[in-house]
Design a protein around this ligand. Structure first.
Ligand code: RNT
Ligand code: ZN
Length: 417
C-alpha cells in the first residue's frame, strides 16, 4: 500500500471519532519550532575557547562536531532538510561570527557580528531567536553574573544584555519575524547562602537596567528562564521559578519554562494551563531530563506528548514560543537535531489527532472509566500513517528513511573533519 492509501484509511478511522486529519496536518504545517544551534557543537560557540561553564554539561565525544560557522551552518541545513515544515533558528551570543582579525567581547557585541547568521536566515526565509550568553566566559566570577556583588562584573553583564536586545531587534527587522530573546543566568551557590535576598535584588535591578533599552516589544519577545539548580550550584539558584514568574508578570516580559528545570516529579505540562490563564504568551524549552537536567534528546515520550496536548487543547499554538534545548555529544549531532525536532512535531500531531472536545466532555460528565479506556485506545490509532503522509507532502523522507542521509553525511562530511 502506498503512503497515500494508508493515509486515506487512517483518515476514515479518525473521522469515525470526529477527528479531521486534513485539518490536523494543516495546523501542524504552521507550527514553527525554534531549533537550537548549540546541539551542533556541544554549546561551545565561536567567541572564546574555554570550557563550557555555568553548571551545564554536554557529555560525550562523538566525532565530527562543527568547529567553524561554515560547518555549523552546513549541519543546520542538513538537519532542516530532513525535518518537515519551516522552523526558526535559535542562536546564542557566543555564536558571533567575526571577520578575520576582528573580535568583540560580550559587552560590546553588535548586530554586525551576527550578519552571517542574518544572511543565512534571510536566504532560507526563516526567523531567528536569540540568547545572551551568561556563561563560558572569564567575567563569570564565582558563578555569578547579573547578581554579582562586584559592580564591574554586574556592569559587564548588564551591557551584554543590552547589546543582545539591540541584536534581537536587528534580527526581527532583518528577517521579518519577531525574535524571542531568552535570558538565563547560571548564578547560584553551591552551599547554603547567608543572604538569599541580596543576589535576587541585584538580579532584579540588572534586569531593570537591561530592559531600559528602547526596543519594540512587538518585535522582540524578551523571556526569563528559571532553574532549580545547576552543577556546583546545588543549594541556591538566583533565578528561581518564583523570581522569574513574578519578574516577568510585573514587567511585561515572558516566562520561559524549561522542563528540565523543576523537581523530578513536577511536570511542565501541568504548569502550562495556569500560565496561559495569566499571560498572553509563554515560552518553553523542551528537553529530556534523565534523573537531572541532563538535556538528553527529546523523545516522543509521555511528557513531550502531554506538553503538546496542553498547547493544542487550550488553543494556544499561537501563544507558545516553543524552542528545544538539549545537547547530546555522544551521538551524531545532526541526527540528534532531527530526532528531537521530528519528535516534537509528532507530539503535536498526536495531540491534534485527539478528539479533545469529546474527551473534555467525558471529564465534565464524570465518565472517568470511559475516559481512561478511550485515551488508551487512542494510542493504537494509525497515527504513524498520518505522520508518514505529513512527511511525504512536506518533501522530507518518511519513517526512518532520513537516516540513510545522516549516514552518508557522516561518511562524506563529518568523518573528514
Ligand atoms: C540551562 C538552560 C539554558 C541553556 C541554553 C544553552 O540550564 O536550560 O537554556 O541550556 O541557554
Ligand atoms: Zn533551557
Amino acid at each position: 500500500m502506498t503512503t497515500e492509501e494508508r493515509y486515506q484509511m487512517a483518515k476514515e478511522i479518525y473521522a469515525k471519532i470526529g477527528v479531521d486529519t486534513d485539518k490536523a496536518i494543516e495546523i501542524l504545517r504552521n507550527i514553527s519550532i525554534s531549533m537550537h544551534c548549540w546541539q551542533g557543537d556541544d554549546v561551545v560557540g565561536f567567541d572564546q575557547d574555554g570550557p563550557l561553564t555555568g553548571g551545564i554539561q554536554a557529555t560525550g565525544n562523538y566525532p565530527g562536531k562543527a568547529t567553524t560557522p561554515e560547518q555549523l551552518m552546513l549541519d543546520i541545513d542538513k538537519a532542516f532538510s530532513l525535518i518537515p515544515g519551516k522552523h526558526k533558528l535559535n542562536l546564542h551570543a557566543c555564536y558571533a561570527v567575526f571577520e578575520p582579525g576582528e573580535w568583540a567581547d560580550r559587552d560590546a557585541l553588535e548586530p554586525k557580528h551576527f550578519q552571517a547568521w542574518v544572511d543565512f536566515a534571510k536566504e532560507r526565509g526563516i526567523g531567528l531567536d536569540f540568547n545572551p550568553t551568561f556563561f563560558s566566559h572569564p567575567m563569570v566570577k564565582d558563578n555569578l553574573t547579573l547578581s554579582s556583588p562586584d559592580p564591574k562584573v554586574r556592569k559587564f553583564w548588564i551591557d551584554h544584555g543590552k547589546a543582545c536586545i539591540r541584536i534581537s531587534q536587528y534580527f526581527a527587522e532583518q528577517t521579518g519575524f519577531p525574535c524571542t530573546m531568552n535570558i538565563w543566568i547560571p548564578d547560584g551557590y553551591k552551599d547554603i547562602p547567608a543572604d538569599r535576598l541580596g543576589p535576587r535584588a541585584r538580579f532584579k535591578d540588572s534586569l531593570d537596567q537591561i530592559l531600559s533599552v528602547d526596543y519594540d516589544r512587538s518585535k522582540v519577545f524578551v523571556c526569563l528562564e528559571s532553574k532549580v539548580f545547576g552543577i556546583g550550584m546545588e543549594s541556591y539558584t538566583v533565578g528561581s521559578s518564583e523570581f522569574t514568574v513574578n519578574y516577568a508578570a510585573k514587567n511585561g516580559i515572558y516566562s520561559l519554562m524549561d522542563n528540565g528545570h523543576y523537581h523530578p516529579t513536577e511536570v511542565v505540562s501541568d504548569k502550562i494551563s495556569s500560565m496561559l490563564l495569566f499571560n498572553d504568551k509563554i515560552a518553553l524549552h523542551v528537553t529530556r531530563p534523565v534523573r537531572w537536567d541532563s538535556d538528553h534528546v527529546v523523545l516522543f515520550d509521555d511528557e513531550t506528548k502531554e506538553i503538546a496536548k496542553e498547547i493544542v487543547r487550550n488553543d494556544a499554538v499561537d501563544r507558545v514560543l516553543l524552542a528545544l534545548d538539549y545537547f547530546d555529544a555522544s551521538i551524531n549531532r545532526v541526527s540528534a537535531w532531527v530526532v528531537g525536532m521530528r519528535n516534537m512535531q509528532k507530539a503535536f500531531l498526536y495531540a491534534l489527532l485527539s478528539p479533545n472536545e469529546e474527551l473534555k466532555k467525558l471529564q465534565d460528565t464524570n465518565q472517568f472509566t470511559k475516559l481512561m479506556m478511550f485515551q488508551e485506545e487512542l494510542k493504537l490509532y494509525p497515527f504513524g500513517d498520518v505522520w508518514n503522509y505529513f512527511c511525504k507532502i512536506n518533501q522530507v523522507p518518511e519513517k526512518g528513511d532520513w537516516f540513510r542521509e545522516i549516514e552518508e553525511y557522516e561518511r562524506e562530511v563529518l568523518s573528514k573533519r
